[in-house]
Design a protein around this ligand. Structure first.
Ligand code: C5P
Length: 427
């Protein structure tokens, strides 16, 4: 759809996003992204790469932005009327979605051979990138190198998520972040935006502002020898989602994570550890905190001795002498001086979920235990959904099945409210 580029709609003080759509199967999701942003009153201008036009038409994108869609660097009309410099500077934020491996490589290398890459070189505005590609392409050292470079250059990232690919039998990191996740990541760059104002009133108040939230996430790896380790099944999705939700609600967040394939959440101090002992040390260094959430699946045992060389097969049954790991949750919940005001643990069980969670609440000294059924039929481990029971000393609240992101947000909203009440009661 053609419109006058100097139309009043772009001159009024309104949040403006320049959306660069890359060529990938996920490009169609940008239609929904544009729709949701516009529903929030944000004006969106779109630039499409040549490859993007193979996946969605400029016509459909233009219909949703109510604006012309820009595709070609050498379109003289564009250069006269707007120009790539103006396009790159008039927005408050540039979003690149889906960002392909090729687009990331161009950005990291400083190429400027088409409209999209030229804008990205010329912009003086924050850039938020939502990558989407085949998992092997994402995990390729070249892409990882480019991502690292771009992060060093101050480029913001959202996703990619882990999951099924459009290609059959392909799964792993590489899915475009969901539209609400992209919008949530855009939000901090649109201060006082309609997006920020339109979210639920409690959320918009950012009730964790001024608070420090510490979260553990992922598994731990306990070495048996230089090449083998003991671990738990944990993707880190729930813990990372909690860290992100706390951040979105205004908190300063420290995330202590074991080995996961998830990217470090934007804006959050992320400390990487391997073992339970390292996790405990990192948690203690992260204190004091107002809220501590222990979502990590910590290995209960570690090998007492770790030989310097790989254990060889000798025909005899090898003996691994296991010793118990420190219980990080119990240690922190029982601290005298530095105990966080609100300590939340998780209980992953395969049966008698609530009964075990109640015992755990007392045994570990936590304030709340979030109990979830991880038996093989529930597909919680590694999946995107969770069904939890919030076990407190007073009662048990069972929540319906929802996404791990929703669990995270609801949990952090509840924790913020609890903190507000207990702080008020103490004063
Ligand atoms: O005892 P269990 O492992 O079932 O307890 C689960 C809860 O305790 C989770 O919140 C987990 O993060 C925490 N935990 C811990 N350190 C351990 C074991 C569990 O923080 N060594």
């Amino acid at each position: 759809m053609l419109s006058d580029p100097h139309s009043p709609a772009l001159n009024v003080k309104q949040n403006r996003i320049l959306l660069i759509i890359g060529g990938g199967i996920a490009a169609y999701k940008c239609l929904d992204l544009v729709r949701r942003l516009r529903e929030q009153g944000v004006s969106v201008r779109a630039v499409m790469t040549r490859a993007a036009a193979e996946f969605v038409t400029p016509l459909s994108v233009g219909a949703l932005t109510s604006d012309r869609v820009f595709t070609d660097l050498f379109d003289l009309n564009d250069e006269r009327e707007i120009g790539h410099i103006c396009l790159s500077r008039e927005a408050d934020l540039v979003i690149v979605a889906p960002a392909t491996a090729d687009l990331l490589a161009k950005m990291a290398g400083g190429h400027a051979d088409d409209l999209a890459s030229t804008i990205l070189m010329a912009t003086d505005k924050p850039v938020l990138v939502a990558p989407a590609m085949n998992p092997r392409m994402w995990l390729h050292p070249a892409t990882q190198r480019n991502v690292k470079q771009l992060k060093n250059d101050g480029i913001h990232f959202v996703g990619p998520n882990v999951g099924e690919m459009a290609e059959r039998d392909e799964a792993g990191p590489g899915r475009l972040a969901e539209v609400p996740e992209i919008i949530a990541a855009a939000e901090p760059h649109l201060a006082n935006s309609p997006i920020a104002r339109s979210v639920t009133p409690l959320r918009a108040k950012r009730p964790l502002t001024g608070r420090h939230v510490l979260v553990t996430s992922g598994p731990t790896h306990e070495p048996i020898d230089p090449v083998r380790y003991i671990a738990n099944r944990s993707s880190g999705k729930q813990g990372h989602a909690i860290a992100q939700a706390a951040f979105a609600l205004g908190a300063r967040v420290t995330l202590v994570t074991g080995p996961v394939t998830l990217p470090d959440p934007e804006g959050i101090k992320t400390v990487h550890v391997e073992t339970a002992q390292q996790m405990l040390e990192a948690v203690r260094r992260g204190l004091p905190a107002d809220i501590a959430v222990f979502a990590a699946a910590v290995a209960d045992w570690r090998s007492a001795t770790i030989p310097r060389q790989k254990i060889k097969k000798t025909g005899d049954r090898p003996v691994i002498d296991l010793v118990e790991n420190p219980d990080i949750l119990a240690t922190v919940a029982n601290l005298e001086a530095e105990r966080p005001q609100h300590v939340i643990g998780f209980a992953a069980e395969t049966r008698d979920v609530i009964a075990y969670a109640k015992k755990k609440l007392l045994a570990k000294g936590a304030d709340w235990i979030i109990a979830n059924d991880v038996s093989s039929t529930t597909r919680v481990l590694g999946g995107d959904n969770n069904t939890v029971h919030v076990v407190t000393p007073e009662n048990v609240e069972s929540w319906p099945q929802m996404s791990k992101d929703e669990v995270a947000e609801r949990l952090m909203l509840r924790a913020a409210e609890h903190l507000r009440r207990t702080t008020a009661a103490a004063e």
